[in-house]
Design a protein around this ligand. Structure first.
Ligand SMILES: Cc1ncc(C[n+]2csc(CCOP(=O)(O)OP(=O)(O)O)c2C)c(N)n1
Ligand code: SF4
Ligand SMILES: [Mg+2]
Length: 405
């Protein structure tokens, strides 16, 4: 795992997840003053510890430091290197939404592992939260690398950034098994319907009949990665549009609060190779055909939930870390985001009508994730000592006897 500029373990006291706090994150230049100011004024911890997602222990006084989030970090801390993608690329807009979502949620960079494959989209992890872990893997193979990282250290907050080529072509098998295993990660597919990095060939998410830049129509059926994910038993599936930060930001935050594979298919126009007339992934087309299913609100576990709406108008889903996602129905059709059948129905109906349905399509916060299914101990496997792992002579003999029978 490449760790270009993440906080060094020696800078950071090793603590239990229940004690993860802002002091674990060494401040960047320009950040120091906000944090030390916050510490000087700090009085008492107020949050409920939950997981490594930046987890716990914001202090009320830290939040009052101008511009600092609940773990004492300024928004700039969540930025990365300057982008090298084309100006106007949808992937850049998604990066900005990620920075906002992570900053507001208070993701702890020390526990963040940014995973990707190959493609313009897979370069995006370089453009947010520089001081975190990262692994830019092989084309389409990010899910298996992410699985290994999570099994070694279940406290990591995994965020995978993929493309439609990376996910739905070369990486389709990996994508399916990541979902089937319910690997606890936020999986964002920056979906432009083409292989942007290799100059605009159609990908498997291109719609039937969509026209390529050179004029050729796509004659193959599309692979709907949201429909596929739901079919495979995914626990969190959403679709959105890079141009709709109001929807993307709460969806990313809900995905962070969810335990299990959280798939976000974000339509992200490629302005260089797929933004012309006849394309169904151009800005103009998506803006015109985007139908939002719900008005979405994310209420983090550390904020009070206030009922603003009349009963029946909204659906409230409680997520694993105690946060809530509040869904106020907007679309013409009724959709119950906790029903797989309803999700499959609205996806198929929208495709038939040529509409792009966006919002939270399906969520099941009760499913076990891979670490639970494999009965992993709470303590990360990487932290076990050799002495703890070595069986006693008696246990070893019993094991050998089992094989002999
Ligand atoms: C094993 C392998 N096969 C093929 C390639 C060539 N290649 C690089 S990126 C890419 C497709 C990228 O498309 P996508 O994942 O949609 O990302 P985008 O560039 O559109 O964001 C391909 C086919 C490669 N790098 N490695
Ligand atoms: S080629 Fe397309 S996908 Fe790649 S950076 Fe440019 S606009 Fe974005
Ligand atoms: Mg693509």
């Amino acid at each position: 795992m490449s760790t270009p500029s993440q906080p060094r373990p020696s800078d950071v006291p090793r603590v239990d997840s229940a004690q993860i706090g802002p002091d674990e994150v060494p401040p960047a230049e320009g950040q120091k003053r906000a944090i030390s100011h916050a510490s000087a004024n700090s009085t008492s911890g107020v949050d409920q510890p939950t997981n490594g997602n930046g987890g716990s222990v914001a202090t009320a006084s830290r939040a009052t430091v101008s511009g600092a989030n609940r773990i004492g970090l300024l928004r700039d801390f969540y930025k990365g290197s300057p982008t090298t993608l084309c100006a106007g690329c949808g992937h850049n807009a998604i990066t900005n939404h990620i920075v906002k979502a992570f900053y507001e949620y208070g993701v702890n960079p020390y526990y963040l592992a940014k995973m990707s494959g190959i493609g313009c989209s897979s370069k995006a992890p370089d453009y947010f939260v520089s001081r975190s872990h990262g692994f830019n893997s092989v084309h389409g193979r990010m899910p298996s690398v992410a699985t290994g990282a999570k099994l070694a250290n279940r406290k990591l907050v995994l965020v995978g950034i993929s493309g439609d080529g990376d996910t739905a072509s070369i990486g389709l098998g990996q994508y399916c098994h990541m979902i089937r295993r319910n690997l606890d990660m936020v999986y964002i597919c920056e979906d432009n319907g083409v292989y942007g990095l290799t100059k605009g060939q159609f990908s498997a998410t291109a719609d039937l009949g969509s026209i390529q830049k050179g004029g050729k129509p796509n004659e193959y059926e599309t692979i709907d990665i949201c429909g596929l994910a739901i079919e495979l038993g995914a626990s969190f599936v959403a679709r959105s549009f890079s141009g709709d930060g109001k929807q993307v930001v709460p969806l990313i935050q809900a995905a962070l609060a969810h335990r299990g594979a959280a798939v976000l298919d974000i339509i992200s126009p490629c302005v260089t190779f797929n933004d012309h007339e006849g394309s169904t992934k151009s800005y103009a087309y998506v803006k015109e055909h985007d139908i939002e299913i719900q008005d979405l609100d994310f209420i983090p576990y550390y904020e009070n939930i206030q009922a603003d709406y009349a009963e029946g108008e909204t659906a409230d889903v409680k997520l694993h870390d105690g946060s809530h996602v509040r869904l106020r129905k907007l679309a013409r059709e009724e959709h119950d985001a906790t029903s797989r059948i309803s999700a499959m129905r609205v996806i198929h109906e929208a495709r038939q009508k040529g509409e792009l349905l966006t919002g939270l399509l399906y969520v099941n916060p009760k499913m076990k994730d891979l670490c639970e299914l494999e009965n992993l101990p709470e303590k990360p496997l990487k932290d076990f000592t050799e002495a703890e792992l070595r069986p006693s002579r008696h246990e070893f003999d019993a094991l050998m006897a089992e094989f002999a029978n």
